[in-house]
Design a protein. Structure first.
Length: 271
């Protein structure tokens, strides 16, 4: 069933909207990297453009919006839903939806990151160290808003990339958990509205940066805001953010499964 779900999603023509996302990535990240390189003649660490993508509020907003749009039909419940549930059972169908969610998230990020790497690899080096563009010229070149001092003072780029990736992966997993529970309770449109409210309010809260910021899931997906400008001084543990995103996402899936076990198949199909 996973193959069917993934193939159906990949061949959906509305996913071509990702081309627009890549254009935004080029204009905001890739072009900035090349402009800085033209002025400093210093190469970037290959991980730095990827870190920029996951620590820029604007790019995170765009990545979230495009992902929600591309996965708006999740969980897949087309006209063959009744046949699928009868043939495979609700448990296997539900597990297939979770596997599909994970594969779809990975595919989405591979496309975005793959494009970014290919577009910048000619001016990048492979090493676990910040480039001079970040360490010495960050303020002068306007890179401080892409890789804030709160981040490069805390850890080397490989660790920053891995943590940024882990947090953003679990955030997307949480978003799909919300869509699953919306489907299970027949409230997908309501959940869609809640997702938009939480997303935009969360991005807006990044400019305020107080205790309320941590009430929004998207805040937990952005690594740099977890730290102060001082070495090893954390405002909020990234480990705890991971536990919260993954834990609440899994809880949403568990609640969805319990609900679906008690729901008539025809009601699910209508949803």
């Amino acid at each position: 069933m996973l193959k069917y779900l993934y193939t159906k999603w990949i061949l959906n023509t509305k996913n071509l909207v990702i081309v627009v996302l890549l254009v935004f990535a080029k204009k905001i990240i890739v072009d900035k990297v090349y402009n800085v390189y033209a002025m400093t003649a210093e190469p970037f660490c290959i991980f730095e453009p990827l870190i920029m993508i996951m620590n820029s509020g604007l790019i995170v907003l765009l990545l979230s919006l495009f992902f929600i749009f591309m996965m708006s039909e999740y969980p897949v419940s087309d006209s063959s839903l009744y046949y699928q549930l009868i043939r495979s059972g609700r448990k296997k169908w539900f597990y297939a939806q979770i596997y599909f969610a994970i594969v779809a998230i990975i595919t989405y990020l591979v496309i975005v990151f793959g494009y970014t790497i290919l577009a910048t690899q000619s001016i990048c080096f492979l090493a676990d160290g910040w480039s001079l563009n970040i360490s010495d010229y960050s303020y002068e070149m306007g890179l401080i808003s892409y890789v804030p001092i709160e981040l490069f003072n805390q850890m080397p780029p490989v660790k920053a990339f891995i943590w940024s990736l882990v947090l953003f992966l679990t955030y997307l997993y949480f978003l799909l958990g919300m869509q699953m529970i919306g489907f299970a309770y027949g409230k997908k449109s309501v959940v869609d509205c809640i997702q938009m409210i939480l997303l935009f309010a969360g991005i807006a809260s990044l400019f305020i940066r107080n205790e309320l910021t941590w009430l929004f899931p998207v805040s937990h997906s952005i690594l740099f805001i977890h730290f102060t400008k001082y070495y090893k001084a954390a405002l909020f543990s990234p480990y705890l953010s991971f536990v919260l995103l993954f834990g609440f996402g899994t809880l949403l899936y568990v609640m969805s499964y319990i609900r679906m076990k008690k729901t008539n198949v025809d009601d699910l199909k209508g949803n």
